[in-house]
Each structure stands twice: as C-alpha cells, then as structure tokens.
Design a protein around this ligand. Structure first.
Ligand code: MG
Length: 375
C-alpha cells in the first residue's frame, strides 16, 4: 500500500474516544472501530432492513446490509487511489446506515412525523445514537465507544439545533467546516452504490426497463459500448456489463476530480481539510449526469405505484405501532419500558427504529390482530 497522504486521517492523531482505552494490539484504532461495528447487533439487523424493496419481496434485492458492503467496497477503492485511510472509510461505510428504521425512507418519514413534538427522528442522527448509546454490550461504557473520526463520518448532516447538543462531533455544523476526506469519500461512495444498485434492482423487479434507461445518458453510453463490443449479449449479463462500466466511470471521475481539487487546495493536514470546502467531488459533467439518473430513479422507481403501495403500508404500520406503544409503554419489552421512564417518546422511537422489516410486521400483527398469534 502506498504511503498515506499528509492530509489523510491517522489513528495516532485521532481526537480519541469518549472513554479512553489502551491502544489496540495488532490493529489500528480505525480497524478496531470497524471490528466493533461488524460485531454489533444493529449491523446484523441491516440484513432484514429495506433499501428500496421490502426484505420479503425477493431474495436478490439489496438490503441495507449488502448496500453497506457495496459502499465499503467502493469507498475503499477510492481511498486507496487517493492515499487516504482505507480502514476509516470502511468503518464509516459499514456504520452509516445503522440508524435506519424498518421500511427505508417511508419508515423514517413516518417515525419523524410521530416524533414531531418530541425532537423528531433523523436516521443519520440515529446511526450516531446507535454507536454512542444504544448498543449495550461492553462492561465499561454504553455504545461502541468509537473514535471521533468514525463518529464524524457517520454524522453526514445535522441541523444546527441538534448539533448544539452533540459536543465536538456537532461543531462543524455550527462552524461550517468539512469532515475528513475519508468521511467525504464514504458519503459519495454511498451515492455511487445506491444509484447503481437501484438501477440493477429496478430492472430486476421489472418496475423500470432497459428501453426507459436508454434515455438516461449515464446509462445509455455504457449500454451502447457493451452492445458494440458484444452484439449478442442480452439479459442479466448485458445489464451487469453496463452497470460495472457505470460504477467504474463514476469512481474514475471522482478520483480524478478529487485529486485535482486536493492538489489545488494543497491541505497540509487533516485539520486543514476540515477548514477547506469539500474536496471530494465529481466533475461538473459527471455531477449533471448523475443528477439526471437520480431524477429518473425518483420518477420511475421510487414513485412507482407498486413501491408507493408498500411505502403507504409501511407508514401505517409505523404510525400505528407508535400510537399504541406511546399510549401504553407497558407493551414494550422490559428494557425499553425502563428507558421510557426517562423519555417516553424517545424510548418508543428507539424501539421502533431498531426493528427489522419483518419484526415490525410481526409486532404489528401481535398487537393488532386477534387471530391465534403467539404473543
Ligand atoms: Mg446508504
């Protein structure tokens, strides 16, 4: 591996953990963060949480878990190319969606509406809450006690109001500073991953078609290349050959544009990265193409009536679970009842946010149906 750039994050210069711990043996601090994330129960639950399609709709669609693995893979490649710290990018990528509710964005919007008078709900902030407080498995602290750098990367966006209560990790939102380049890489690797896998899953589901995608420049130019080279190719292979080229083009563009921005800004350390504008970015042309693809996906996939039907059901499940549980917290398992003594609404929100899609569906049935259901 090439030497780390001087503006990369360095474990030995970390701003540290909330509870100080001895330096790990045989691995660096960011590796330890990654290892703790992988061993967390919130990470395992990602397997049964929706990305676009609800978990039971098909075994081949992305889940939050496979999405997070793809983000980590793409992010590590970019980090290596730019001589940034791969382990930190990986840790951030694997943790970035830990706070997602069941049923994807529909679930988050519904829970946010339920929490309107109680401080709201935001999945990004919840990811930080999971690693800072909700995981309870270590003897000496709540949460995973991750380094500042991993926590900084997990908190992608944050309102000023919330940032004021978060200590050091909230400061950049008040000062208008940037996070580490590793955090910026994980953020854009997330975009590359979901735009591409949503095209793949959308085609697999039949909700969008190749004919429609031929009108989207970013897709059609690569589809054309594949057709020129392999005129007989069809079906899944044609789609995959196109998508792999699209991912490659996005990653290559991001690396080139970012290297140029970094060279121009010439940051001398991670601290000067934090006071510079964002330096990890696509070229303007690629940004435009990616925007066109996103709009296509929004119109044709995320707002497809079959996706909306599931979202509508999901919102109802979340709203009704919230209503019945806040009305009687005694219906929740003991540890959440205990937490409800401090803050009733937040305990209900944490309980619901932690559910997988299928757990939420089962819990809904247990609470609302009178047929023979095991309690
Ligand atoms: Mg994501």
């Amino acid at each position: 591996m090439a030497e780390l750039a001087k503006y990369a994050a360095r474990p030995e210069q970390s701003h540290g953990r909330a509870h100080s711990e001895a330096t790990p043996n045989g691995r660096n601090e960011f590796q330890r963060d990654r290892d703790r994330i992988i061993h967390s129960s919130a990470f395992r639950r990602l397997e049964y949480k929706t990305q676009v399609f609800v978990n039971h709709e098909g075994d081949l669609f992305r889940t939050r878990l496979t999405h997070s693995l793809e983000v980590a893979q793409i992010g590590r490649g970019i980090a290596r190319n730019l001589n940034l710290h791969e382990d930190l990018v990986e840790a951030i990528a694997l943790a970035h969606d830990l706070g997602h509710t069941p049923f994807g964005h529909a679930g988050q919007d519904a829970l946010n509406a339920c929490m309107k008078d109680h401080g709201g709900f935001e999945h990004n902030l919840q990811s930080l809450r999971v690693v800072d407080r909700l995981e309870q498995k270590y003897a000496e602290f709540d949460g995973l006690n991750l380094t500042f750098e991993t926590r900084e990367g997990i908190l992608k966006h944050c309102s000023k109001e919330n940032a004021r209560h978060l200590g050091e990790v909230g400061e950049r939102f008040l000062k208008g500073n940037s996070p580490s380049l590793e955090a910026q890489v994980a953020n854009l690797a997330d975009e590359i991953a979901y735009n591409n896998h949503d095209v793949d899953d959308g085609l697999r589901s039949g909700l969008i078609t190749l004919e429609q995608l031929e009108k989207v420049a970013l897709f059609s130019q690569h589809l054309q290349q594949v057709r020129n080279k392999y005129p007989q190719l069809a079906g899944r292979r044609l789609i995959h050959e196109t998508i792999r080229r699209m991912i490659n083009a996005l990653v290559t563009d991001l690396c080139q544009q970012s290297a140029a921005l970094i060279a121009a800004a010439a940051p001398q350390s991670i601290e000067s990265v934090r006071t510079s504008p964002p330096l990890i970015a696509f070229s303007d042309d690629m940004q435009r193409q990616q925007h066109e693809l996103k709009q296509f996906l929004r119109r044709n996939l995320y707002q497809h009536y079959r996706v909306k039907r599931m979202s509508s059901k999901a919102s109802r499940i979340i709203r009704e679970l919230f209503a019945v549980l806040i009305d009687d917290v005694g219906l929740m398992p003991d540890d959440f009842q205990f937490k409800a003594k401090d803050d009733k609404a937040r305990a209900v929100s944490d309980y619901i946010a932690g559910m997988t899609d299928r757990y939420a569906i089962v819990e809904y049935r247990r609470l609302f149906t009178v047929e023979d259901q095991p309690i």
